[in-house]
Design a protein around this ligand. Structure first.
Ligand SMILES: [Zn+2]
Ligand SMILES: [Zn+2]
Length: 159
């Protein structure tokens, strides 16, 4: 599934609603809560954290609903599943397909995740498409290393 680069955030939300309707999936109140959390959190949530946050909004919401909804959104190409270099173990993280492609820059020390939006990503995509005569549908870029704070802490530590 393709997504336009310039879509404003609001349109993304509407499109998700539309796509679900086309698939005959009812956007129940609970599913809406989960989608809104994914869209608004500004971070990459794993399933358990999403579950905790969702329960603050609806204490009746259960784990099964969280996992089923994530699977449905993922299968529908509406949500991306990331492992973020497995910096904190085996869990996966979720984010809605956004208006613009970005790379994830993961600190292997503290787990901080930065998002890099930049033209080189589009350039990489175009070059790969041209070189292999390949139609790129999805591209995921992850970079692991140490953030400035972790580098400073490491430098202070006696070896
Ligand atoms: Zn760090
Ligand atoms: Zn991201």
């Amino acid at each position: 599934m393709r997504y336009a680069k310039t879509e404003p955030e609001m349109a993304v939300r509407e499109r998700i609603g539309e796509t679900l309707k086309e698939r005959g999936v009812r956007l129940t109140r609970q599913r809406r809560i989960l989608l809104d959390l994914l869209e608004d959190s500004g971070e990459h949530l794993d399933a358990e954290r999403l579950y905790d946050l969702a329960r603050l909004k609806d204490p009746k919401l259960n784990r099964v609903t969280v996992y089923r909804t994530l699977k449905m959104l993922k299968d529908g190409g509406l949500v991306d599943e990331l492992d973020l270099m497995h910096h904190a173990g085996d869990q996966h993280y979720y984010e809605t397909r956004r208006k613009q492609e970005h790379a994830h820059v993961v600190c292997l020390g503290c787990g901080r995740v930065e998002e890099y939006f930049g033209e080189p990503l589009g350039e990489l995509r175009r070059r790969i498409a041209a070189k292999f005569s390949f139609e790129v549908v999805v591209a995921r870029t992850e970079v692991g290393g140490y953030c400035a704070a972790c580098r400073a802490a490491r430098a202070r530590k006696p070896r």
